[in-house]
Design a protein around this ligand. Structure first.
Ligand code: NAD
Length: 328
């Protein structure tokens, strides 16, 4: 492809993706499927890789999420809340593993695989062992202060046995049962239903009246430590165990894998088991376990080099929601 044609395509894709990002992140009302969105983003990444001089800092490939809503107080994240690179098939997973091992100059690397919960990334802050603030990821640097709304999630501990300033990160989500009940009620009231549980969770947590969030039966899984000066842990798997010990709700399905074959088996296992979950997942997150390895690999502008998200193919989601609807 010649440069002028590529430039035109890049501009068109950026405009389209910026519109989709606004609908999804700001309005919580997407107009295309995640699968179609991911394909467009993938195409843009490929074109930018072919013509790197056309990459600009404001390209959607270089930015996380969307603008925070003005209705909420802004929160600056001490440690940026980033996005994840994507893998769509086995070859992409093997490619990720190769890049990691080359970057670390190691033959063997241990990974932690986790379910990719389809909700909204949030950060919870504790001071002197007391919950003081909840925030959305926003654009990765600036999020929205949703303390009152997030406090309505009952599984969040309001006090923890940890006196240093401590920040924990996770995914707030709407279980299928709550999602179907909410959309049924919306339809009965002649209102537009939410497109999916992710948008319903995001819409619920970004309400000005916390009573609305409280009525939506949201839940949360915590999966990582953000800012914590006195950090003593040396592996991501230890963080998951420590969070559980502190009383946070962690997802029990994570697994340590000692090579990429085990990761691929885990992914395959969840392609089959996914329909039986009571909440939505859109993939599997694969993270390098050792924190010194993570530090060595570092970050791109948008995502860590030590993690990737395998995304499930689109058609599965449709089948599953139909199955669930029938069984509720
Ligand atoms: P992402 O969803 O690909 O991955 C990053 C996010 O995964 C994190 O921020 C976190 O919220 C989440 N996550 C869930 N479980 C996790 C776990 N166990 N460990 C770590 N993180 C976990 O990236 P993104 O930037 O949040 O969103 C991009 C995706 O959103 C796109 O790939 C697309 O599927 C969707 N999207 C869709 C539209 C649309 O119009 N349909 C528009 C924009 C974005």
């Amino acid at each position: 492809m010649n440069r002028d044609v590529a430039k035109k395509q890049i501009e068109e894709l950026r405009n389209e993706i910026n519109t989709y990002n606004h609908e999804y992140y700001v309005e919580d009302r997407p107009s295309i499927s995640d699968y179609d969105y991911d394909q467009k983003l993938k195409k843009l990444i490929e074109l930018e890789q072919q013509f790197p001089d056309l990459i600009t800092t404001n390209s959607p490939t270089q930015r996380v999420g969307g603008e925070p809503l003005d209705a909420f107080k802004k929160v600056e994240h001490a440690v940026p809340m980033l996005s994840l690179g994507n893998a769509f098939n086995e070859a992409d997973l093997r490619d990720f593993d190769r890049r990691v091992r080359e970057g670390l100059k190691e033959d063997q690397v241990t990974y932690v695989c986790e379910l990719k919960i389809d909700g909204l990334a949030v950060s919870l802050s504790y001071e002197q062992g007391v919950f003081v603030r909840g925030a959305t990821r926003g654009d990765g640097t600036i999020g929205e202060d949703i303390t009152k709304n997030i406090k309505t999630i009952r599984s969040i501990p309001l006090t923890i046995d940890q006196k240093e300033a401590f920040e924990v990160r996770g995914e707030a989500f709407m279980p299928h049962k709550s999602f179907l009940a909410l959309n049924k009620k919306k339809e009965e009231n002649g209102e537009e239903p939410f497109a999916n549980p992710r948008n319903a969770a995001a819409g619920s947590l970004r309400q000005l009246d916390p009573k609305i969030a409280a009525s939506r039966n949201l839940d949360i899984f915590l999966y990582g430590v953000g800012k914590w000066e006195a950090r003593t842990l040396s592996a991501h798997s230890e963080s998951l165990e420590y969070l559980k010990q502190l009383g946070f709700k962690t997802n029990p399905e994570w697994k340590k894998c000692t090579n990429i074959e085990e990761v691929i088996d885990y992914v395959q296992e969840w392609v089959e088991k996914r329909p039986h979950l009571t909440y939505e997942i859109d993939g599997i997150v694969i993270k390098v376990d050792r924190l010194d390895h993570q530090k060595k690999l570092g970050f791109t502008a948008k995502s860590p080099r030590w993690a990737t998200a395998y995304k499930f193919p689109a058609e599965e989601a449709t089948t599953k929601l139909i199955d669930i609807e029938l069984s509720v």
